[in-house]
Design a binder for this molecule. Sequence first.
Ligand code: ING
Length: 314
Amino acid sequence: MSRILRVAAAQLGPIQKADSRAMVVARMLALMEEAKAQDCDLVAFPELALTTFFPRWYCEDRKEMMPFFEVTMPNDEVQPLFDFAKKNKIGFYLGYAEYVAACASDDGEEHFYNSSILVDKDAQIVGNYRKIHLPGHTEYNPKRAHQHLEKRYFEVGDRGFHVDKAMNGNIGMALCNDRRWPETFRLLGLQDVELTLVGYNTPTHDSLSDEAPDLRLFHSQLMLQAGAYQNSSWVVGIAKAGIEDGHPLMGGSCIIAPTGEIVAQTKGEGDELIFADCDLDACQYYKDNIFNFANHRRPEFYGPIVQQTGRKDP
Ligand code: ING
């Protein structure tokens, strides 16, 4: 009996800096309603789904960005999402800015992460991921038309890449820039992942490069498709898209099969739901043959991948 998971990608259109959590949660609930009407088992939202992509803004004192962070999860403002999940037996993946108070952290220090959670059909948090590959820069860069200050506002995640056994499958999480690094997908692949969820907020332009928006969309799908095929996993990429306070973000949310084929894709840059029946057992043929890691990988030659950070002269 195949393990079919009907998975929805709930792309969000722009969230303006002034938009309240309540306004955003209402939009998310509408997408969850649509997913439920289509009998979906799981709804995946974008990275930083509750707020605008605030790392585009510079502020001297990082504390000024606190209003964009969730101090607890769940909390009163996102509780309706958990209530809907429990009532309708539908799980979700949510990207958000996570604040960990000193009193709640292992080392007695406060922490700031770009995070995601996996919530099951009983509205229980069964997985928490903290973004590892933080792009951009730490200080204000006057040469840039918009800043990209994830390295200023977030710390590198401390939990690595892990796969959670949930919803009758092996589910992994990553966030945005993580998809640009094959190590992300391979680490999940080595943990037998069957479904990889990747929310993203990707600007369509970068003032320091002349990459066209179509090329950036091509890159996003290339990475997600490669990650899926090379690790025998379903992959779902979920965009926050559209123009946020004058800054365009790309769409291109998609659901990709373990064959690497795109089976569903959004058309616009607003709130838009796509879904697909993901047969988790469809991963098995690739895991047992072409990408049978135990039979074919040669770690004895892979040393530089973990011992070396930057390039070296040949
Ligand atoms: N955003 C972008 C991403 O990796 C980026 C940053 C865009 C890096 C284009 C390089 C090229 O999709 C986030 N939030 O990681």
